[in-house]
Design a protein around this ligand. Structure first.
Ligand code: AMP
Length: 210
């Protein structure tokens, strides 16, 4: 089962991706995570990616597509994978088609009014990547799961968030039409309810593809 998770920044893709990947046993491939790991390790790709990410812009397609193409050739992707945050442009979607096929696109549609507060209040565990929202942390600064330190992503500030949402509307939202026309999209509505509620709906649909 080869899956794409589509949705605006803050729609809950990462949270749903972790659950889907655990439930169906496929690797969760997040281009954002790959870039952040490269930034942390100060690689050449990391340096390049940082200059775009800090401005809320997309990393150029050629760099991003090559990373995904290489990652999908790894052994653990043989029986399926879950792409989170890729493709983000129609150009990336067309490139992806040249090196693999996609069974289903899970699109999480969400009211934009919810997103800015969600992203600006997001805190992420430095160790395991678990995400929280400041409104539920009651001042806690460590992860409930692994006790790692929580931090705010550099691009989760109001100015960059606005830019990321603009970029989503201009460059990524056209993928909804693209995959609708290909007949592979399944649409879900993201809400402020606990993630389990949405996950159960996604799980039910994905079970049909097994
Ligand atoms: P994310 O963690 O998915 O929100 O991604 C964080 C940032 O990484 C984005 O705002 C982009 O700058 C960059 N990025 C992640 N995925 C892609 C992609 N498929 N194409 C271009 N840039 C990306």
């Amino acid at each position: 089962m080869n899956i794409i998770l589509l949705g605006a920044p803050g729609a809950g893709k990462g949270t749903q991706a972790s659950r889907i990947s655990r439930r169906f046993g496929m690797p969760h491939i997040s281009t954002g995570d790959i870039f952040r790991a490269n930034i942390k390790n100060q690689t050449e790709i990391g340096l390049l990616a940082k200059s775009y990410i800090d401005k809320g812009q997309l990393v150029p397609d050629d760099v991003t597509c090559k990373i995904v193409e290489n990652r999908l050739q790894e052994e653990d992707c043989k029986n399926g994978f879950l792409l989170d945050g890729f493709p983000r442009t129609v150009n990336q979607a067309e490139a992806l088609e040249r090196f693999t096929h996609i069974d289903v696109v899970v699109n999480i549609d969400i009211d934009f009014a919810l997103l800015t507060a969600r992203l600006c209040g997001r805190r992420v565990c430095k160790e395991c990547g678990e995400t929280y929202h400041v409104s539920t942390l009651n001042g806690k600064t460590n992860c409930e799961k692994c006790n790692g330190e929580l931090h705010q992503r550099a691009d989760d500030n109001p100015e960059t968030v606005q830019k990321r949402l603009d970029v989503y509307l201009a460059q990524t939202a056209p993928l909804i039409k693209y995959y609708t026309e290909k007949g592979v999209i399944k649409n879900f509505t993201g809400t402020d309810e606990p993630p389990e509620v949405l996950f159960q709906q996604i799980e039910k649909v994905l079970e049909e593809y097994r």
